[in-house]
Write a new protein. Structure first.
Length: 330
């Protein structure tokens, strides 16, 4: 059904019959799983939707460093510190892959960063929650990176070539992130009663924010129908959320922790776990900027940008000097 539709900025969803030849040829490529590359013709709305999603994704990687980076100096052992440092550094790299991929659509990284700083672009809701103790760091790796992987594995098949290739690289690193998180929380769940209590508390607090990461229910999702027609998204928000719940519930049980939602129950008929909806009013409030850490996170990014201006200026001046010398020598 999706393959029969295309949307333009002003006209809403377009049926195949209403497409002109160029649009139809574009949709045929999508339907035949041929990747769209930067120099190919694409509908303006496809380009804009990608910039929005990829830019938001890149920002999430960068802002996502903050709740974890905050714990590098307080990691309980040297080994844990080294692991966390490597993970946080990977997130910066993921941000760079994604900004570079977005730049192939004709927007600059500086423009995207400016939009973030002005509050005109979003980043993942999850990073507006605090990490209160070490158990939260384990739970972030396990649940947050776990949720991110479910989404990103699907996005490896996204229709835009540079985005798809960035996802393939990112997923390789992301699986290490989730495993280190699960390992950290496992040590706490199997540790002293106090450690187990902290692990339980972290799961209780982060469960609903983690399942909110997949976005609103399909019926409330503004972009899904068109994004799936263009295979920008290959699975819907609810499909991905269900996949995450199904893979995570047995892990919680293995840890000997209580399930964080009394609504979680195996449904024999569906072959999936049932679970409760998160509080969607909280989600919409958080993405409007009213979560517990929104102000802090944004302030932190703006200060980092301003404090780093001299580094960027220095690098640019050096690059210009080198280019001028090269030109003079030729
Ligand atoms: N947070 O129509 P919908 C990570 C917005 S982090 C904030 O369903 P879409 C990591 C949405 O933008 C993972 N906003 O949207 C890093 C839209 O508002 P606008 C990052 C959200 O785009 C460090 C409105 O709600 N991963 O990897 O079709 C450490 C309606 O939603 C959220 C990605 O970004 C949210 N959670 O679907 C650890 C994956 N959800 O823009 C881990 C790429 C929805 O119209 N992105 N909104 O004002 C996607 O796959 C899709 O963008 C989403 C949402 C599934 C997230």
């Amino acid at each position: 059904m999706y393959a029969q539709m295309i949307k333009t900025a002003s006209d809403g969803v377009k049926s195949r019959d209403d497409m002109d030849d160029v649009e139809r040829a574009f949709q045929d490529k999508i339907d035949n799983d041929i990747k769209i590359e930067p120099r190919d013709w694409m509908p303006e709305d496809y380009r804009r939707t990608l910039i929005r999603q990829m830019g938001q994704h890149a920002h999430s990687e960068v802002v996502g460093q903050l709740p974890e980076g905050n714990w590098i100096t307080r990691a309980p052992t040297l080994e844990r510190k080294a692991i966390l440092l490597a993970k946080v550094q990977d997130e910066a790299g993921h941000g760079l892959y994604l900004y570079s991929a977005a730049e192939t659509l004709g927007v600059t990284r500086d423009e995207l960063v400016e939009l973030l700083h002005e509050g005109k672009m979003k980043y993942s809701s999850i990073f507006n929650y605090p990490t209160l103790n070490w158990a939260d760091i384990g739970a972030v790796g396990w649940l947050v990176d776990g949720a991110a992987i479910v989404n990103q594995v699907a996005l490896q098949r996204t229709s835009y070539g540079p985005y798809s290739r960035a996802m393939i690289r990112i997923c390789k690193e992301e699986s290490f992130h989730a495993r280190q998180g699960y390992h950290a929380i496992m040590q706490m769940a199997f540790g002293t009663p106090e450690q187990k209590r902290q692990a339980q508390d972290a799961v209780n607090r982060l469960w609903f924010p983690a399942i909110m990461m997949f976005g609103p229910n399909d019926s409330e999702s503004t972009h899904s129908e068109q994004s799936m027609a263009w295979k920008i998204k290959v699975k819907s928000n609810d499909e991905l959320r269900q996949q995450f719940v199904d893979q995570t519930v047995p892990q919680i049980e293995y840890l000997g922790l209580d399930l964080p939602d009394p609504g979680i129950k195996w449904n024999e008929e569906r072959g999936h776990y049932d679970f409760s909806d998160p509080d969607w009013s909280e989600f919409f409030d958080v993405i409007k900027g009213n979560g517990p850490c929104n102000v802090d996170r944004l302030q932190n990014r703006v200060s980092a940008w301003e404090d780093g201006a001299w580094v960027r200026d220095g690098l640019l001046a050096h690059a210009r000097k080198k280019a001028a010398r090269k030109m003079a020598a030729e």
